[in-house]
Design a protein around this ligand. Structure first.
Ligand code: XLS
Ligand code: CA
Ligand code: CA
Length: 441
């Protein structure tokens, strides 16, 4: 088997004092944290689109990285990508991968031909997985936003023919996900949104999006799929307004259409930033509503208004993310998919490894810090104390449904001024505790 990265050996864990850039400083796959190995806790995944296909092309210039994998023929290239992906996963100790149908195999002249070639590549991946059962599919999805037919959306297209075409494509992507034993299927609303309401029947578009999701779930269950379905919120880009704006908006949509028992969230850090939320906010909304599922691990740039999909290196963010993941009970079918790309200027093969190492180490550190935060207990205790008035007296009566508006009026009239029942929010002290725990040098 050809090696695509012959100058790069399997990346070892060398610990925090190592200066070898091609080593992990914090990610030690077999180290046990919180009763499970890091590998089981973090469930890292490679994203096929960025890593195997993304060559740095942007609207100002062509690609800088060579992602042809030495092949010009399209099927040969698709299979070379598979070989290279498995080499990368092996050398980085990554167990999972995520894909769009068209990342694996492009479109050909007709849908039938496209499907036939796609099957050939999926079968090839299945063979590789049979030879190395440590490699698993975290989730699959369909790229219903690339081709011109999807210019006005897929499930929300004004054309019923385009809706039908998208359904056919999604059915096939579900088949592939099931064939590869995927534990998740993602709906990211690529162009499911609008540019102007002047030409848009928003009510019909949302009804149709729900219809497509209902059909997809029913079909997948009918063929024995037992994994999760995820919606991945994003507020804008490519459309001005994306219907799956943020977790709270998606929850409203799911509940309206009776889909809330069928879907969880795939939360992406950069999309949270675009929605002007913190990553932790989106995770908390998902956790509090019982719909936390999976994560697209990356980071945006707060100075830019677009989706930069950078590798995550901000340890404050990864720590607070892992804090939410642990509090949500950890990953079940989900994991940490690196929906991230090396910068256009980081174009060498080595940069693929260096960027994954940076992201994986940042999450390994985040995991360790999150456990320290929980074991330390000061933050949790502060929050518990802050809400102590809800476990006794009038607070408990309200929670137990025993207090009426009239009861509360009587209580307030008797009590007098209540400002003294408050105490300081101590934000600065808590941020300092966080620093103390993170950098307990
Ligand atoms: C784009 C999305 C996309 C989804 C999968 O912004 O992040 O890559 O994760 O379709
Ligand atoms: Ca994503
Ligand atoms: Ca993104």
């Amino acid at each position: 088997m050809a090696q695509y990265f012959e100058n790069i050996a399997k990346i070892p864990y060398e610990g925090k004092d190592s200066t070898n850039p091609l080593s992990f400083k914090y990610y030690n796959p077999d180290e046990v944290i919180g009763g499970k190995t890091m590998r089981e806790q973090l469930k890292f995944a490679l994203s096929w689109w960025h890593t195997m296909g993304g060559d740095g092309t942007d609207m100002f210039g062509c690609g800088t990285a060579d992602k042809t994998w030495g092949e010009t023929d399209s099927i040969a290239r698709a299979k070379a990508k598979v070989d290279a992906a498995f080499e990368i996963m092996d050398k980085l100790s990554i167990d999972y991968f995520c894909f769009h149908d068209r990342d694996l195999s492009p479109e050909y002249g007709t849908l039938a031909e496209t499907n036939e070639k796609f099957d050939e590549v999926v079968d090839y991946i299945a063979e590789k997985m049979a030879a190395d059962p440590t490699k698993k599919c975290l989730w699959g999805t369909a790229k219903c936003f690339d081709h011109p037919r999807y210019m006005h959306g897929a499930g929300t297209s004004p054309s019923a023919d385009v809706f039908a075409y998208a359904a056919a494509q999604i059915k096939k992507a579900i088949d592939a996900t099931v064939k590869l034993g995927g534990s998740g299927y993602v709906f990211w609303g690529g162009r499911e949104g609008y540019e102007t309401l002047l030409n848009t029947n928003m009510g019909l578009e949302l009804d149709n999006m729900a219809r497509l999701m209902r059909m997809a779930v029913d079909y997948a269950r009918s063929i024995g799929y037992t994994g999760d379905f995820y919606i991945e919120p994003k507020p804008k880009e490519p459309t001005k307004h994306q219907y799956d704006f943020d977790t709270a908006t998606v929850l409203g949509f799911l509940r309206k259409y009776g889909l809330d028992k069928d879907f969880k969230m795939n939360i992406e850090a950069n999309h949270a930033t675009l929605a002007q939320h913190t990553f932790q906010h989106e995770l908390r909304v998902a956790r509090d509503n019982g719909v936390f599922g999976s994560i697209d691990a990356n980071q945006g740039d707060t100075l830019l208004g677009w989706d930069t999909d950078q590798f995550p290196t901000n340890v404050y963010e990864t720590a607070l993310c892992m804090y939410e993941v642990i509090k949500a009970g950890g990953f079940v079918n989900g994991g940490l998919n690196f929906d991230a790309k090396a910068r256009r200027g980081s174009y060498t093969k080595e940069d693929i490894f260096l960027s994954y190492i940076a992201g994986m180490d940042a999450f390994a550190l985040g995991l360790k810090i999150a456990y320290k935060l929980i074991e330390d207990g000061r933050l949790d205790k502060f929050v518990d104390d802050r809400y102590a008035s809800w476990s006794t007296g009038i607070g408990k009566d309200i929670i137990d449904g025993k207090a009426t508006m009239a009861d509360l009026e009587k209580y307030a009239l008797e009590k007098g001024e209540v400002t003294d029942s408050l105490s300081s929010g101590r934000q600065e002290m808590l941020e300092s505790i966080l620093n103390n725990i993170m950098f307990g040098l």
